[in-house]
Design a protein around this ligand. Structure first.
Ligand code: PMV
Length: 323
């Protein structure tokens, strides 16, 4: 018996951090995915192997612990938490594929969590239900990170370029945002939980200053939604740059991210900002004119990753062909 699921990573255009305080956000699933295969096993324990992440472990889901056989565990806590909730402790083999760099701000943890739960549900004959999947995956992120908005898990489940309203309703854009983006990432791990806690601390310490900034980020996301609907790339650029200024003020910028952001602008990007929680991880540049020039300039110091927005959310079955 074998169940396979894949789920996409994501990039946030507007709303990282402010979405935690129920402000709206705009984000898109990307064409880089996580794959999880769950199979029955002759062993009497649960194994987890990842070729992409070069690790192997034996999991004890009753105690929530693991024994590492090889490599570094990375994303294992999300898988353990999902197993403790949606598996019956019986022996299985789990294989994890991951084309989203871990800690890159591109939603690797959500993609792994959504794909793990989808594969487990299929393995246990739970009917495929995206609403239940997204909710269950958000629960896992909350357990592991302590604080998390449902944005990443919703986007990874449903796919597409989406607007998340204050009421947590997800609305897909019908039009394709037809303009090239370049994503640059640092080797520095972005710790979402830590960054979210830092912003919460600032918000609690300086509510009169930070609350209006977070509200403004929400307004930017709403205006961003309109700019996308009208394909108004100039306005989109202004809004992304405003958003970057506010993210910088919230203390989630780093020297490496800043370097990429300004290199991108110097080389023709009309906008560039952090995408995801910051403190490391990734930035996204809007490049209507010469994306290759921007990518080459960033690559001199850091790395870029080519991603496209993808309509596909979580998929079940052998032949998703997307990883
Ligand atoms: O860095 P990522 O990909 O985990 O994105 C986090 C987005 C935040 O708004 C900072 C946190 C959240 O839970 O929405």
């Amino acid at each position: 018996m074998e169940s396979i699921a894949t789920a996409p990573g994501k990039t946030i255009l507007f709303g990282e951090h402010s979405v935690v305080y129920d402000e709206p956000a705009v984000a898109g699933a990307v064409n880089k995915r996580a794959m999880v295969k769950v199979s029955s096993t002759p062993n009497d324990y649960i194994t987890l192997k990842s070729y992409d992440l070069a690790f192997e472990a034996i999991l004890n889901t009753r105690e929530g612990t693991y024994k590492l056989i090889k490599g570094k565990p990375g994303i294992i806590r999300y898988i353990l938490n999902a197993l403790s909730k949606f598996h019956d402790h019986s022996p299985i083999d789990i294989e994890l594929g991951l084309k989203v760099p871990i800690g890159s701000g591109l939603g690797s943890s959500a993609a792994v969590t959504v794909a793990t739960i989808a594969a487990l549900f299929d393995y246990h004959n739970v009917p495929f239900d995206k609403e239940l999947l997204a909710k269950s995956a958000h629960g896992v992120e909350l357990d592991v990170q302590g604080i998390a908005s449902p944005l990443d898990t919703l986007v990874s489940t449903y796919g597409g370029l989406v607007y998340l309203s204050r009421e947590k309703k997800i609305v897909r854009f019908e039009n394709n945002l037809d303009v090239p983006f370049v994503i640059g990432y640092t080797a520095k791990y972005s710790n979402t939980g830590k960054m979210v806690r830092n912003v919460r601390h600032l918000k609690e310490t300086y509510p009169e200053i930070i609350d209006p900034m977070i509200e403004t980020m929400g307004r930017i996301a709403n205006e961003g939604r309109i700019a996308i609907l009208k394909n108004d790339v100039d306005k989109l650029a202004d809004l992304m740059n405003f958003n970057q200024g506010l993210l910088d003020s919230l203390g989630v910028n780093t020297q490496e991210l800043s370097r990429m952001i300004y290199i991108a602008r110097k080389n023709g990007a009309t906008a560039s900002k952090i995408t995801g929680s910051g403190g490391g991880g990734s930035m996204i540049a809007l490049c209507p004119y010469n994306p290759d020039r921007v990518a080459n300039a960033i690559n001199r110091y850091d790395n870029t990753i080519k991603v496209k927005f993808s309509k596909e959310g979580v998929l079940l079955g052998e032949d998703t062909g997307l990883i």
